[in-house]
Design a protein around this ligand. Structure first.
Ligand code: PLP
Length: 379
């Protein structure tokens, strides 16, 4: 048995989502821009798919543009917002523990002469609103702050951050990367008050290769890709209808089971924490981790990379930091100011609505086994 506890990295595609993609590819394969029936029917379904994703997100379908992934949505939001706001100024505020999909575009903008303020997380893995308030300036063009941190599971106070931004820098655009929050915590873009919001399909049981950017109604963002004018002229290229169909199906299912999934994941998380306390008391939690699906842990004195490999050999999939780091030390734990032994020993366990108690039990057994096999690098 494989215990898959790395759902923040990616999720299993739901059978219904895969089925929807297959049907779209093999039967409804017309180009939505074509004028014959196969095309017009594809266009009609595309409209319905957009409405289904919009319903899951709680926005108007006209506010959603499909993208290829969360990374694209983040890049577009950031480069698009600063271009749109080029007359406002060249100052950006973000956090030091964003995903690379936000940090790397910010770094590129720094090279082009933008000034970027990186807010550091506090000991709970959140952001102090007073730090944001102090950083905001009349020339702040963009604030980009994630909704849920992918390594810690902390939920950032976006609604309050938007309110402060509107008061102190009314011309600044506000973007949130909600890739880890979508269908995991209840929110709507309007409720948060943001201008731009990114989601990604493969974190919610849709395939890789599809995501969406919410662009608040009335906001004109420069186009991401110029060409044939698809996606309302904002992102040209023939629409990937199979991925979109699967995304819409996964959203429909995810929305229907959301409150049940949240309670289930919360229960698993609470149970795992209690079991760890009793059975592997050396394990510590990192941050408050309010999101139900992410648990950041550390085994101080051990090397998480080795631990994760041994757990993998024992059939348990967890990750040492974010999967996107490819072995590089996590900037998130460093930004939180964790000491070296806690940083080195940090790993992430993440759930989905499909996660079973058997998988949790397998993780506990494997962790105890791995700990016996490994020696701490320092005690
Ligand atoms: N933002 C966050 C918070 C993420 O966790 C991820 C993926 O891990 C991304 C962005 C990138 O999304 P994608 O893999 O769809 O490009």
């Amino acid at each position: 048995m494989i215990a898959y506890l790395d759902n923040a990295a990616t999720t299993r595609v739901s059978s219904a989502a895969a089925q929807a993609a297959l049907q779209e590819m093999t039967e409804g394969f017309g180009n939505p821009s074509a004028r014959y029936t196969l095309g017009t029917q594809a266009a009609a379904r595309l409209k319905e798919y957009r409405e289904q994703v919009a319903r899951a997100l709680g926005c108007q379908s006209s506010e959603l543009t499909f993208t290829s992934c969360g990374t694209e949505g983040d890049n577009w939001a950031i480069f698009g917002a600063v271009e749109r706001n080029r007359r406002v100024g060249r100052h950006i505020i973000t956090t030091a523990f964003e995903h690379a999909a936000v940090l790397e575009p910010c770094k590129r903008l720094e090279q082009q002469g933008y000034e970027v303020t990186y807010l550091n997380p506090d000991e709970n893995g959140s952001i102090r609103l007073s730090d944001l308030e102090a950083a905001l300036r009349p020339d702040t063009a963009l604030v980009s702050m994630m909704l849920v941190n992918n390594e810690l599971g902390s939920v950032l106070p976006i609604r309050e951050a938007v309110a402060i931004t509107r008061r102190k820098a009314p011309k600044a655009l506000f973007h949130t990367d909600a890739v880890q929050g979508f269908l995991k915590i209840p929110f709507t873009p309007k409720g948060l008050g943001v201008d731009l919001l990114t989601v990604s399909g493969h974190k919610v049981h849709a395939p890789k290769g599809i995501g969406a950017l919410y662009i608040r109604s009335g906001l004109k963002l420069p186009a991401m890709i110029a060409g044939g004018g698809q996606e309302n002229g904002l992102r040209s290229g023939t629409e990937p209808t199979a991925q979109i169909a699967a995304f819409a199906t996964a959203c429909r299912e995810g929305k229907a089971s959301m409150s049940r999934d949240i309670s289930h994941m919360q229960e698993l998380k609470t149970g795992l924490l209690a079991a760890l306390k009793e059975q592997v008391p050396e394990v510590e939690t990192i941050g408050a981790g309010e999101a139900p699906h992410i648990l950041a842990l550390t085994l101080p004195g051990y090397k998480a990379e080795v631990l994760v490999r041994v757990l993998g050999d024992l059939g348990v999939c967890v990750s040492a930091g974010s999967a996107c780091h490819r072995g590089k030390p996590s900037h998130v734990y460093a930004a939180m100011g964790l000491d070296k032994s806690r940083r080195d020993g940090a790993f992430r366990v993440s759930f989905s609505g499909d996660t079973t108690q058997e998988e949790i039990d397998a993780f506990l057994t494997a962790l105890k086994q791995a700990k016996e096999m490994l020696f701490p690098t320092m005690s």
